[in-house]
Design a protein around this ligand. Structure first.
Ligand SMILES: NC(=O)CC[C@H](N)C(=O)O
Length: 303
């Protein structure tokens, strides 16, 4: 089946799920998203790009940004990150505090909030303007020089950041924070507020489908680094639902509470889906279902 028809078919298949789940409301600016919306885009390593539904509509990338900040730290050749962040699935909600005390301020992995805060902290130390560099990187890789930071979302999240402030201060109390907590939170909420469409995300995600090679053909990550990021996406990218996601979808994926999910078929393509209604683990209901259909219909999987 042609890719475009396949995506249209998936859009029809998930239609009954539009509007299911709950839109994230702990960040007030996200609560206004329309839960009926759905988009899907596929960017293939040979250059083909296809989409269906609202695939050109921008939304808040939220935790999908964690994939790219991790890539940027590793691309700097800085493996010291792994002294302060683990690589195991957490089995806990993305913003949980409890595990952090048991494990003495070392977050389980870079894709839960605590781990991502440590990554952002490290990126600030390495590059100064972490979010500025991230935005430039995403603009280049998505070939969309107009990608914006949605200031309304950033301000809204900053004003309701008590949980993330608590995580960052807690890590600081264990000596696992190098920059002032307020600076790290400022950068973190801005990175989460970058607005991208499924089209933009699939294009940017090609970095991982191409084993670390950038849009212009230059090497960014080694093959092994790209493999490792994909591995962490598979095991930790959908939080305490990562097992279910691997079981049903079978490819690496990273979700965000804006309702987006970026998934990678290494060597083939990057797939981005978006629908704002979330399940109780914070993953898009229609988005997960669409990826399940996608890997079923294509037969593509890492297994
Ligand atoms: N899972 C997410 O997308 C969480 C990101 C959100 N900005 C937060 O820190 O709570």
């Amino acid at each position: 089946m042609e890719m475009s028809s396949l995506l249209e078919r998936i859009t029809d298949q998930i239609a009954p799920l539009r509007g299911s789940g709950e839109v994230a409301d702990y960040i007030p600016a996200l609560a206004r998203a329309d839960p009926d919306r759905f988009g899907i885009a596929v960017a293939e390593v040979d250059g083909g790009v296809h989409g269906a539904g609202d695939w050109e509509a921008p939304f808040s990338m939220q935790s999908i940004s964690k994939v790219f900040t991790l890539a940027m730290v590793l691309a700097e050749g800085d493996d010291t990150l792994w002294r302060r962040v683990g690589r195991e699935p957490s089995g806990n909600p993305f913003n949980s505090l409890v595990q952090l005390e048991h494990e003495r301020g070392i977050p389980r992995n870079p894709f839960i909030n605590a781990g991502a805060l440590a990554v952002t902290d490290q990126l600030i130390s390495l590059t100064g303007d972490a979010v500025g560099n991230l935005l430039e990187f995403l603009r280049t890789e998505s070939a969309n020089p107009a990608l914006p930071i949605d200031d309304e979302v950033a301000i809204s999240e900053r004003a309701h950041a008590d949980r993330n402030l608590a995580l960052a201060h807690f890590m600081a109390s264990y000596g696992n924070m190098r920059n002032p907590v307020d600076d790290v939170i400022d950068q973190y909420v801005r990175q989460c507020s970058i607005a991208m469409s499924c089209h933009d995300l699939a294009e940017a995600g090609l970095l991982l489908a191409r084993h670390g090679v950038r849009r212009d053909g230059s090497g960014y990550l080694s093959r092994s680094q790209a493999k490792r990021i994909n591995a962490i996406m598979l095991t930790c990218g959908t939080y305490d639902a990562a097992g279910e996601f691997a079981y049903h979808v079978g490819i690496p994926g990273k979700s965000g509470v804006g309702g987006g999910i970026l998934a990678i078929v290494p060597g083939r393509c990057a797939v981005a889906v978006w629908s704002p209604g979330l399940d109780r683990r914070g993953n898009s209901v229609a988005g997960v279902a669409a990826l399940d259909h996608f890997t079923t219909l294509t037969g593509w999987s890492v297994f």
